[in-house]
Structure formats: C-alpha cells, structure tokens
Design a binder for this molecule. Sequence first.
Ligand code: PMP
Length: 463
Amino acid sequence: IFSTMKSNWPENWDTAVAADRAHVWHHMTQHKPYETTDPTVMVEGRGLRLWDAAGNEYLDALSGGVWTVNVGYGRKSIADAVRDQLIKLNYFAGSGGTVPGAIFAQKLLEKMPGLSRVYYSNSGSEANEKVFKMVRQISAQHYGGRKSKILYRDRDYHGTTIGALAACGQQQRAESYGPFPDGFVEIPHCLEYRRTDGTDAPFGEVAARQIEEIILREGPDTIGAMCLEPITAGGGVVLPPEGYWDNIQALCRKYDILLHIDEVVCGVGRTGTWFGYQNYGIQPDFVTMAKGVASGYAAISCTVTTEAVFDKFRMAPDDPMSFFRDISTFGGCTAGPAAAIENMRIIEEENLLTNTLEEGAYLGEKLAALQDEFSIIGQVRGKGLFWGAELVTDRITKEPVPEVIMKQIIASCRKQGVLVGMTNRSLPGFNNTLCLSPALIVGKADIDEIVNAIGVALRDVKI
Ligand code: PMP
C-alpha cells in the first residue's frame, strides 16, 4: 500500500539543511534559534512514520503537523493517480470542466445529502473567502446590500488571508494585520470548561442564547451568514455542549442566516464521519474543506453549497452581473481532484471511518487514564481521531499551563520520537491544549507509543 522502503538512505542531506537555513522562511516560526541549531528538514514518510535529514525517525501524531495527511504518508496509488492525470491533462481553467473535477464533485456530494454544488480552490482560507464573497454578492443582489454581516466565533480560525483574519477568533493571529474589512462580528465560543456565565444552566442553551443576543443587537436583517467550525481545532479542540448545534440551526432558520460550517480540519473522516457536522444532525448551507480532501498529496479545497444558494447566482440570465464573479487559476485543476478521488477510495476500501471511531475511542480511554494519573490534565476532549488535553496548573482555578511548559512537553515527546502539538497562538495565555490527530490508519500499538511518550513528558515536567 505504501511506497516501499526509505529511498536513497542513508544519504547526506547536509546541502538541503544548509539551503533551508539560508533561504527558506518557515511558517509560524521565529528563526533566531536557527543561528545555533539546524532546522528540521523532513525527507520521507511512510504510513505514520517520518524521517528527517538528520536520520531521526518520528511517529507523527499530527498528520503532517496540521491535521492533513488523513490516509498516511507514502500512498503510491495516489501518486500514480496524480501522475496519470498530469500526463493526460495537467490543467485547464476552472471556468470550464475537467474529468477529475466533475467525478470528484459527484462522489463528494454523495456523502453530503442536501448539498449539490462544489466550487474549487486551493486552500482552506481561499475556500472560506469564497463563502464570504458569495454571501456579500447575495446581499448586494438580493437584499440591497443590507444582509452582508458575517458572524464568527471566539476561538475559531478560518484562514490566513486578510478577509479570513477579519473572521478570526484568535486575537494573536490577527494582531498587527489590520485594518480589516468591515462587517465581521464576533460571537462567543462554546467551551463549557471555560464558561463564564456563572450558572449551571445547560450550556448548549446558554451559549446559543449569548449568540442570539448579538444577532438581535446587530439586527437579524443585517446578517448574511454565521461561520463556525464543527469542532474548533486550533482554538483548543472545543467540542460543542449537548444540544448546541440544534440551537444554532434553529437560530439560523429563525433569522434567515446562512449556516457556514468550516470543515477544513474535521472534514473527510477526522471525526469518524465524513464530515464533522454530520455528528450533530444539522443541515448547513455552506461547507468548506481543504486539508484532508487529498491528504496533502495535492493542493485542493472545496466550497460546497445548496442548489438554493447556487440559484441566487442564476436568477436573471439576461443580467450580465448575475454570476459569481470569482476566479482561482489553480482551483480544481486537475491533480487535486485526481488525488481526492483516490484518497476517498482508500478511506472507503480500508474502512478508515470505522478505524477512526474504534481507535479514536481507544485513544480517548488512554488519555482519560493519563488524566487520572496527572492532575496537570484539566480536561480531555475529542471525537474520532481528533483529541485535545487541556493542561492547567490547578484543577480548581483552571489556570492555564504557561506556554513555555507546553513547549517543554512537546520537545520531550519529540526527543522520544513522537510528534504532538498544541493549540497555536489562539488566545493570549491559552495555548495550553495538547493536540493529537494521527492519520486515520493509526493502530493500538501506535497509540500506546504516543500516549506513553506524553506520560514520560508529563512525569519529567516541573511547573
Ligand atoms: N479553517 C480551519 C478550521 C483551519 O484550521 C485552517 C488551517 N489550519 C484554515 C481554515 C485555513 O486553511 P489553509 O491553511 O489551507 O488556508
């Protein structure tokens, strides 16, 4: 299934390391430490394992660092599908169709009842920007420009572009990049562990009521859409409280607000269903996805919507402005959908959704056992193979563990050959959730190795 052996090994990769250090500007990275240490340059991957240029082996509990490589590294059949497609037809603009683009759209929509149109682009940020533009154009052409506001949630993240940062619930990511476009309004998060309302009323209702107050304050007829992650990823692996999603759906219907679910992380199997929203029985108007769509074998993202939304863009065939005036040179052509078709076939053939549920339950049990052993773990949260452990210095006050300690824990795991992460620069002082999201092929022995490494790291850490 996977590419054979580590190729050309051992090989001297010093040139690559030197070139990286001299020329590559890494994402989200402070480069000062590279003055005295080498950057990690990854060379090869197979299944859940990675090897770097220094010859170190890692068990990757993060699916490529950011919840991406859902079917694991080294999938020869995806590489072959992409290669064959590139030889046949490498490119044609998205204003026309291509065979893999059409076939993947059909296969994808079979998994998404109630949705019927796929708009292709290249990244999660871009897929979300498409929604924002669609909502704005619907507002302009159908509501005289009045229904243009977009609600986004505290803690949620929707991408790195200026528009997506205007909808960013993680202050540190947006800081310094303003001014942002108008009309993006923040609503509260739904992390019950950190509720601040001071009551013990069902939090699924409290959180929804807090949102309704903002809808009423802003004026429902000014709000076009509400954009939420089904389970918040970078903002702390936030699972919705009981009843939350039913209440959100009801609010959207009551106030005629389009429901946009950002499945960039949860999409394509991560939570044990094809999409995260399908755990909660809701019917979105927009779904965006990227990372796991082709597991990182090619760049592809999708904005999926309903026929009702699509219809708003063909209401007046004789109106030259009545179409979505957006373009993306590489969107959907052709390596992306070719990889995505094979990625989906693998998930089905290898029963990876079932594996995600079974192994995810096992990972949850192991983390709960770790919580019994270490009081530093305030709460364990997760679904499928998407888990977080929020670390606190005191279980009563819930004081977040300082970021420097989080970094020590992650470094210790890495030293033991296991890659785990933390929520990234979400709220100041709240980067305190350890993140685990191995590829959907993970087995019990891998999970034992991951959790053991965390145990060792927690035993060694001094607060
Ligand atoms: N939405 C969510 C929920 C994400 O986690 C991310 C990326 N981490 C994005 C959107 C942006 O995706 P991309 O980096 O592909 O633009």
